[in-house]
Design a protein around this ligand. Structure first.
Ligand code: DGI
Length: 136
């Protein structure tokens, strides 16, 4: 079933010049770009996006990182897009992510792990409203 998912190419992807490489993997897979925006976010948006993590010990450095420079926010669409994007992204920790995945091939970090993908259709709906409130 066709789905939408919220994807972030985090500030490390932009800083490292990997936007084309990472976006190319999603496009090559067959996912469609429905919305796309380069922006630098403030702490309030980070807190909304990471609402489930804001009380955790690891959150303050994650908040600093995700607000540290421009990122690319995307809505991608396609069959089973939520699960497909998470499979392409690989495990959260780049050191443990399988080769062949974005993180497994390109990241050596748990925090600077290049990408975010919504973890369920419900999360996707919540996150798309936060990032692209005017998207039909
Ligand atoms: O769904 P993912 O993007 O794979 O991961 P997530 O949304 O659960 O976590 C977002 C970020 O938060 C991730 O890039 C690293 C950090 N994080 C999540 N869980 C932990 C964590 N960092 C530490 N140190 N420990 C955690 O348990």
């Amino acid at each position: 079933m066709s789905q939408r998912t919220l994807v972030l190419l985090k500030p490390d992807t932009v800083r490292r010049g990997l936007v084309g490489e990472v976006l190319g993997r999603f496009e090559a897979k067959g996912l469609s770009i429905v919305a796309m925006d380069l922006r630098t976010i403030d702490g309030d948006l980070a807190d909304q996006h990471y609402a489930e993590h804001v009380e955790r010990d690891f959150y303050p450095p994650l908040r600093t990182f995700v607000t540290s420079g421009p990122l690319v926010a995307l809505v991608l669409e396609g069959d089973e897009a939520v699960e497909v994007v998470r499979a392409l992204n690989g495990a959260t920790d780049g050191r443990k992510a399988a080769p062949g995945t974005i993180r497994g091939d390109l990241s050596l970090s748990n925090r600077e792990n290049l990408v975010h993908g919504s973890d369920s259709p419900e999360s996707a709906e919540r996150e798309i409203k936060i990032w692209f409130p005017d998207l039909p």
